[in-house]
Design a protein. Structure first.
Lengths: 251, 339
């Protein structure tokens, strides 16, 4: 279980994350929403070690990871995909996967054997199949479509076999159809892999349709948490975030 | 160290099935290349040609090791030449002052290089692009000035004079021109084989990941700083080997070996030959030395000619020669598939 306790981070006078406490039970699927500048990405950066929190705890199965380095946090089981696909442009899909498994098995500094090590093959293969990238294994990452690059980014996080997977806007920059394909994939991964998934999403239709639990952030604070129905009818959320959309619907 | 690595490569290979063919192929190519080079003295009595190959060995080791940093890791060092100079001076001084057997001086020089590279690397590899380039350049100047000013030890601007003693060992007499030639070729081939192994190892792919996207690499659990420091030290070792070949060849060591222009030539070579293929710097070495030798024969303005050639590669092709060839081949292959 991932427990966030009183997490806080300020940039100058701006409280980007302000006393946030949240529980993500094992195997849960949670969407994080909020207007631009609500602190969603900062929240992810604090959990994954890209930023050091000013105070608070990030407990994964009881172990406090707050303030540790990204490699350490990854090794404890928190994987992450990025808003802009963060990939290795000159490596092929297959090389990317094999090298990532090598990193996870702590053989990334091995000098005297040839790449790839035989023991990395199965896991790399498995994740390529899972994300439908096996047919594009010999493509250089830079030549992949935008959607496939996002999938490769997720594959990079997933191949480390994390307990918790954080997805920062998996559908960013995609057309409507591609969005749904991507989000179906995310849901499928969540169902088949039995991992805890937390994702940031802007498209409300998607969020309300697939997320059993929603967290709304606003100005670094938690505005509301709950099921889609609870969030949809929460007056604070409507005022801060859903307002215009609802007004439009009413009219 | 390189002999050990290359030897280990041969004995370990049969155990691994999947990745072994690449290694066998590399060893085969290395053996053929060595056989061709080693048999050259049988066909030609040209001392100039053999000298050319020895110089190619020294510069080739140096330039290829620089490519481990520039091409594979994305660390553009402007001071890599310091390890070339360090190798030449350490080796020369050890031989002159201690009179130990050559293999001992060879290993001792590698050890000294490793320690110094680890200290300099620990300071430099944290820095980003341009800062890394300039601080490595600063260290190069520091070493160069030390050599100049510590005249009682290094001979100052006169260099290590009086020749480097080259006592025979294991029946190899490096004072003999052909022996020196064969030994240089052997060091080149073994050095290239070891660097090829580094480039194609899991560590080599870690370097590529760091080059492409260091932040992402760290999110995969890779200690980027440690990997960069490791490759910095490894590259320094091979540059030092190049310096030792040079010291043996000229039977001395001179401050120019440690001057920043050596680093500059290393960068030129990489631009000429290309950084996207393993052998690019080797091709670049041959090109640069050929150009140097032929152009100086025809004109005293060889700097202008070299500058134009480099401009042609940098602005015209926008890549090195072997990059260009590799790209052309892959395009042809793709076109072939289309039909």
């Amino acid at each position: 279980m991932l427990e966030i306790r009183n997490l806080a981070k300020s940039f100058g006078g701006v409280k980007a994350t302000n006393d946030v406490s949240l529980d993500f039970p094992d195997g849960s699927l949670t969407a994080v929403i909020g207007p631009n500048g609500a602190g969603k990405s900062t929240f992810f950066n604090l959990i994954t070690g890209a930023l050091k929190p000013d105070s608070g705890e990030v407990l994964l199965d009881g172990v406090d990871l707050a303030g540790r380095s990204p490699p350490e946090i990854v090794r404890h089981g928190i994987g992450r995909a990025f808003q802009v696909a963060s990939i290795f442009r000159s490596l092929t899909v297959q090389e990317t996967m094999l090298a990532a498994v090598s990193a996870d098995q702590r053989t990334s500094a091995v000098l005297h054997k040839r790449f790839p090590l035989p023991e990395t093959r199965d896991r790399a293969e498995h994740v390529m199949e899972l994300l439908g990238l096996a047919g594009k294994r010999h493509r250089t990452a830079a030549t992949l479509s935008h959607g496939d690059q996002k999938l490769l980014d997720i594959a990079l996080a997933l191949v480390l076999e994390p307990k918790v997977l954080l997805l920062d806007e998996p559908t960013a920059g995609m057309g409507p159809e591609e969005r749904w394909r991507m989000i179906d994939k995310v849901r499928e991964l969540w169902e088949t892999q039995k991992i805890t998934v937390v994702f940031i999403e802007h498209d409300m239709d998607i969020v309300f349709k697939i997320a059993p639990k929603i967290v709304v952030l606003c100005y670094g604070r938690i505005l509301a948490t709950g099921t889609p129905d609870e969030i949809r009818n929460n007056s604070a959320v409507i005022e801060a975030y859903l307002g215009t959309e609802h007004a439009g619907a009413a009219a | 160290m390189t002999e050990l690595e290359a030897g280990g490569a041969g004995t370990l290979a049969p155990v691994r099935s999947g990745a072994a063919p690449g290694r066998y192929r590399d060893i085969l190519i290395a053996l053929i290349a060595f056989a061709v080079l080693a048999s050259l003295p049988l066909f030609t009595g040209s001392k100039a040609l053999l000298d050319f190959v020895i110089r190619c060995s020294a510069y080739g080791l140096f330039a290829t090791s620089l490519n481990l940093l520039v091409g594979y890791t994305g660390l553009t060092s402007f001071g890599h030449g310091m390890f070339f100079g360090l190798g030449a001076y350490s080796f020369g001084l050890i031989m002159q002052k201690l009179g130990v057997p050559i293999p001992v001086a060879f290993v001792a020089t590698l050890a000294i290089t490793a320690v110094i590279a680890a200290v300099i690397g620990a300071i430099c590899v944290r820095l980003k692009e341009i800062y890394f380039a300039f601080v490595t350049l600063a260290f190069q100047m520091l070493i160069h000035s030390t050599i100049l000013s510590w005249a009682s030890f290094t001979g100052g601007d006169q260099g290590l004079r009086g020749g480097i003693p080259r006592p025979s060992f294991l029946g190899i007499n490096l004072a003999n021109h052909v022996h020196l030639y064969i030994a240089s070729c052997a060091l080149l081939i073994l050095g290239l084989l070891a660097m090829r192994q580094i480039a194609q190892s899991p560590f080599g792919f870690t370097l590529r990941m760091i080059r492409d996207n260091a932040a992402r690499a760290s999110f995969l659990g890779i200690d980027v700083w440690r990997a960069k420091l490791t490759v910095f030290v490894l590259a320094a070792l091979f540059a030092s080997m190049g310096g030792m070949v040079m010291a043996l060849f000229v039977s001395g060591a001179y401050p120019e070996f440690a001057y920043w222009t050596i680093s500059g030539e290393g960068i030129f070579i990489n631009m000429l030959g290309g950084v996207s293929t393993f052998l690019g710097p080797m091709v670049g070495t041959v090109l640069l030395l050929l150009l140097n030798d032929t152009v100086t024969r025809f004109t005293e303005y060889h700097g202008i000619v070299l500058g134009i050639v480099i401009l042609f590669f940098a602005l015209g092709l926008r890549k090195g020669l072997l990059d260009f060839v590799a790209e052309w081949f892959s395009q042809r292959r793709d076109a072939g598939k289309g039909h």
